[in-house]
Design a protein around this ligand. Structure first.
Ligand code: UDP
Ligand code: LCN
Length: 803
């Protein structure tokens, strides 16, 4: 970047740069974010009739993420490429100097008047040194493909010392049991030499058998040779697995290693931690805090169980009575508002051995702990919840789990505490890191602390993401963003929490622990509207009535003048970021949209008094105001209903029957399951360009991007689609079909679970083999937990005691 700045300064654009800096200095805001910068620059260009994009200055501005005013100096924060940052100070006389991360964080503190030079330095958190001894990916485009990289890297290291590598492999093979039953190899094989010989002998033995001969029929002969169950369920499967092992011993390479490890029966018991919300199978969706995460985890649990069962059968473990078990760990909520969230154990529908295990919070103050607690207030209860859960899990599994997966900041912290105590592989899933959702949430954390307690959340995030053996993200940009926007994990790289700590290196984004594994969609509930044979006519009629005509003021607001107009549909929890009010305003401001569509929203509750959530209450009031302001009566229906999965699937299909469209107008969406649901149903979908939808949808191919902060442009995009449909009556169908194809080819739970289990096995293998010493990192994280997290959590607990 320094070269680019100097190129500007040494060119005829120097005076433009000077005038632009003076334009910046005249701005009221001392802290300009990318959008502000682009606006100032665009105004500057039109004022002085300058070329925007092809100039050197334009290029410089393109890479600028933030500009901070420091008296007469300006501090430029550049992002020359994904996951990297450079900071320069430009003085009034145009001298340029690079500044360190530490100086930048001090500057940010000064900006918000939180800098106390006399009080000495603030605590600096730096995770960099802990990653010094682990491999890192070099090319940013390979970020998120951790396991591939790790395999290649570690294999090449491991295979260098063939004796040590083979010893490691041998020891790993001897490790596996299921409920006390030895798997894979027994004591008849004592050395790696014997293993190699016996593998060849066994290959010869199974090759002489019928391809489909069941394993049980030759089990005892194999046992005599030293092989226990786990190699396959038929002669051909056993032969394949042994041949892979044979190849691995004779001429190892990373692909063979991956293929072999992916077949090892080493995962039977999994915990999915989803701590805060109303976690249930009915009556919970659409409540504050309870949306996609519950859907994701439930579907994941079902599919994981199924995959584990299939894997166990394929491995030849059927007759051993192997019953894989998946437990979703959540909190028990005694006052459960008609849901089953007060039940200790609930079986997951459609599974044999997947359960929701609910563990109550200790009774610090029954007014709090008997009721739902917002995710922003939940922090003080996590440690005791983890301690109590450990006992319950050990009892339910009759032993330790093989994998612990955390969900969201709180679940990830619990997963860390459990994994640390039980010494089990820890996987993290963020779902949504709030830091990216709330602008300046770290810089102004003190002002937001009462409402959001971000000091705990961000500390918990740092602890859990660094502790995790591997992290699953739904998109690439969740990790490191796009060329012009910062990723969610990336935002933890360097930030200040004024008066609390400075993070100079919060996470290694190039670590192979990051893996992109997107979720799928429940294909029983959500499927194309054209699959008439799978739809139930009476359900369709009921949903039709509910969406367009039913009068029920307790849960439906609005009567349509013309119910036959196509619906412009959206469904989301009613929080600020989901921006349902923005969509209503966009509709209100556009007579053209009103002419073509009715607006149908399924969102939250209709009455302020019925909501216990701050943001939901604000949004309810705002939505009514917009309806009045733009006089949307007769053009809008707002449904405050809670639907079952089956019903919500039929909602999308009925909207598609009416040639409607789905709009997802969130100000930021981490991933966006409703987008998958709408697309698989066959709805042309317009989704926010901020966040995950950018990767789900390919613009104008199988859906459309919108910028929900630009209401006029959003309306224009939808109208443009309508006009195209009028010109080409097949256009709606084309987009609809492409949307369906996109989900079936890229977003299925089968793809997800196969990859997740393969990751869990491979990371388990590497942890065993590389004997990576992480104790120093884990001790550092524990220190943060005890010295920063716990005292702050205790303060909230004291406040809660008086509620
Ligand atoms: N949902 C629902 N009823 C509502 C709102 C949402 O059933 O009133 C479901 C929706 O079908 C989807 C999930 O909740 O499965 C929302 O997931 P998404 O990832 O879109 O957003 P989140 O709420 O997790 O931020
Ligand atoms: C949380 C969110 O905010 C959504 O964007 C995701 O789709 C959901 O979790 C599931 O991961």
């Amino acid at each position: 970047m320094s070269e680019l700045i100097h190129a500007v300064l040494n060119s005829e654009e120097k005076s433009d740069f000077r005038s632009f800096l003076s334009e910046l200095r005249s701005q009221e805001k001392g802290y300009l974010l990318r959008n502000d910068i682009l606006n100032v620059y665009s105004e500057f260009c039109s004022k002085y009739q300058k070329e925007q994009s092809f100039s050197l200055l334009g290029k410089l501005i393109y890479y600028t993420q933030e500009i901070i005013q420091d008296n007469t100096n300006l501090c430029f924060i550049f992002r020359p490429q994904i996951a990297s940052q450079e900071v320069y100070r430009v003085t009034e006389d145009l001298s340029v100097e690079s500044i360190s991360v530490e100086e930048l964080l001090d500057l940010r503190d000064r900006l918000v008047n939180r800098f106390h030079p006399n009080e000495g330095h603030l605590l600096e958190l730096d995770f960099g040194p802990f990653y010094d001894y682990t491999p890192t990916i070099r090319d940013p485009k390979n970020i998120g493909k951790g396991v591939q990289y790790l395999n290649r890297y570690l294999s090449s290291k491991l295979f260098q010392d063939s004796k040590q590598w083979l010893e490691g492999l041998f020891n790993f093979l001897r490790l596996h049991h299921y409920n006390g039953i030895q798997l894979l190899i027994n004591n008849n094989i004592q050395t790696i030499q014997q293993l190699s010989e016996q593998v060849k002998k066994a290959i010869g033995f199974v090759s002489d058998r019928q391809t489909h001969e069941p394993y049980e029929e030759f089990r005892f002969q194999l046992q005599m040779m030293g092989f226990e169950p786990g190699w396959g369920n038929t002669a051909s499967r056993v032969r394949e697995t042994l041949e892979i092992l044979d190849e691995l011993i004779d001429s190892p390479d990373p692909q063979t290693l991956e293929a072999f490890i992916s077949r090892i029966p080493m995962i039977f018991k999994i915990v999915l931690v989803s701590a805060h919300g109303w976690f249930g199978q009915e009556g919970v969706l659409g409540r504050p805090d309870t949306g996609g995460q519950v859907v994701y985890v439930l579907d994941q649990a079902k599919n994981l169980e199924q995959q584990l069962q299939e894997d166990a059968i394929l491995a030849g473990l059927e007759k051993l009575n192997v019953q894989p078990k998946v437990i979703i760990l959540t909190r028990l909520i005694p006052n459960s508002d008609g849901t089953l969230c007060n039940q200790r154990l609930e079986k997951v529908y459609g599974t044999e051995n997947a359960w929701i295990l609910r563990v109550p919070l200790r009774e610090f103050n029954p007014n709090m702990t008997q009721n739902w607690i917002s995710r922003f207030e939940f922090w003080p209860y996590l440690e005791t919840f983890a301690i109590d859960s450990e006992k319950e899990l050990l009892a339910e599994f009759q032993g330790k789990p093989d994998l612990i997966v955390g969900n969201y900041s709180d679940g990830n912290l619990v997963a860390f505490l459990l994994a640390r105590r039980l010494k089990v592989t820890q996987c993290n899933i963020a779902h949504a890191l709030e830091k990216s959702k709330y602008l300046f949430s770290n810089l102004y954390w003190q002002d937001l602390e009462d409402k959001y307690h971000f000091s705990l959340q961000f500390t918990a995030d740092l602890i859990a993401m660094n502790a995790a053996n591997f992290i699953i993200s739904s998109t690439y940009q969740e990790i490191v963003g796009t060329p012009d926007s910062v990723g969610q994990y990336e935002s933890y790289k360097c930030f200040t929490m004024p008066d609390l700590y400075h993070v100079v290196n919060g996470i290694e984004l190039f670590s192979p622990k990051f893996n992109v594994v997107p979720p799928g969609v429940n294909e029983n509930a959500y499927f194309p509207y054209t699959r008439h044979e799978d739809r139930v006519e009476s359900d369709r009629l009921k949903i039709e009535e509910m969406l367009f005509t039913l009068e029920d003021s307790s849960q439906i607001f609005g009567t349509l003048h013309d119910p036959n107009k196509p619906p412009l549909f959206s469904m989301a929890r009613l929080d600020r970021i989901k921006n349902m009010t923005g969509l209503a305003e966009c509709f209100g401001k556009s007579p053209e949209l009103q002419e073509h569509f009715n607006l149908i929203l399924i969102a939250g509750k209709l009455l302020v008094e019925e909501s216990g959530d701050n943001e939901e209450r604000d949004e309810i009031i705002k939505l009514y105001n917009i309806i009045e302001q733009y006089n949307l009566h007769g053009k809008i229906r707002w449904l405050g209903v809670r639907l079952s999965k089956g019903q919500s699937g039929e909602v999308y299909r009925v909207i598609a029957d009416h040639q409607g469209v789905f709009v997802q107008p969130a100000l930021f969406e981490a991933f966006g399951l409703t987008i998958l649901e709408a697309m698989i149903s066959g709805l042309p979908t317009f989704a926010t360009q901020f966040g995950g939808p950018l990767e789900i949808i390919q613009n104008k191919v199988n859906g459309f991007y919108i910028n929900p902060t630009n209401l006029e442009e959003t309306a224009d995009k939808i109208i443009e689609f309508v006009l195209k449909c009028q010109q080409n009556p097949n256009y709606w169908n084309e987009i609809s079909q492409q949307a369906i194809n996109r989900v079936y080819t890229t977003y299925t739970w089968k793809i997800h679970t196969t990859k997740l289990l393969s990751l869990a096995r491979i990371y388990g293998f590497w942890n065993f083999n590389s004997k990576e010493n992480r104790e120093d990192l884990l001790r550092y994280l524990e220190t943060l937990f005890y010295l920063i997290y716990k005292p702050r959590a205790q303060e909230i607990l004291e406040q809660h005691k008086h509620r």
